[in-house]
Design a protein around this ligand. Sequence first.
Ligand SMILES: Nc1ncnc2c1ncn2[C@@H]1O[C@H](COP(=O)(O)OP(=O)(O)O)[C@@H](O)[C@H]1O
Ligand SMILES: [Mg+2]
Length: 243
Amino acid sequence: MIEVTGLTKRYGAFTAVQDLSFTVRPGEVLGLVGPNGAGKTSTLRCLAGIIPPNAGTVRIGGLDLASDPVAAKRQLAFLPDEPKLFDYLTVRQHLAFVARIYGVANHEPLAQTLLEELEIADKADQLPGELSRGMKQKLVIACGLLHGPSVIFFDEPLTGLDPLGIRRMKDSIRQRALGGAAIVLSSHLLHLLEEVCSHVLILKKGEKIAGGTLAEVSARFAQGESHVSLEEIFIRATGGTEG
Ligand SMILES: Nc1ncnc2c1ncn2[C@@H]1O[C@H](COP(=O)(O)OP(=O)(O)O)[C@@H](O)[C@H]1O
Ligand SMILES: [Mg+2]
């Protein structure tokens, strides 16, 4: 469960995220969408406790992120859009390192399952320099999921993956939601978001301009049609590419 109230993030005098409130329950997948610079990454970083918000509260599984950061962060995973890895650790060693940090006992079988699920098991003894961008992204995701988080934040998880990788990632996201995780993901691949998200939140210049289930948001932006695609909703809601 993710509970966000009045979240505001400023960089100097510039407001990147303005008074954002929403809840994501176990089993729900919230798609965070908006033009470049809308504040998606800033929001996800605040939710994961990577950068401090200027105002607002974030609760992860009922725990306040500001007053109980370690316990709250134990329950979550943040998968950033830019994979950051250790140059001199192999794939397997990355997982061992993360297992040590999070205190995951007997992590090897779990790590193996994740590597197989993400299809990088054959790269287990390679260094990041020997991996493609998509493979690095998969390794970051395997590291993030190793401690079995109940709250998962994905920043652009589908970008950089090949078509089969995208399908696998969608299945993996769905499966974790079915298993009870509360998930937020940002993406510009709106037709793919439609397939995995139960809810969407549309951001423009840091402000929420629409939110709810896909059906609710579709109904709000319909102009007589019975169904409006998320892409069309995005364009109607954000007024094209400006912003
Ligand atoms: N560390 C930072 N310092 C100053 N401005 C930032 C910083 N990070 C992001 N911004 C600005 O905040 C706005 C939102 O950025 P971001 O959250 O990355 O948007 P998105 O992920 O939706 O593209 C942008 O105008 C961006 O330039
Ligand atoms: Mg971003």
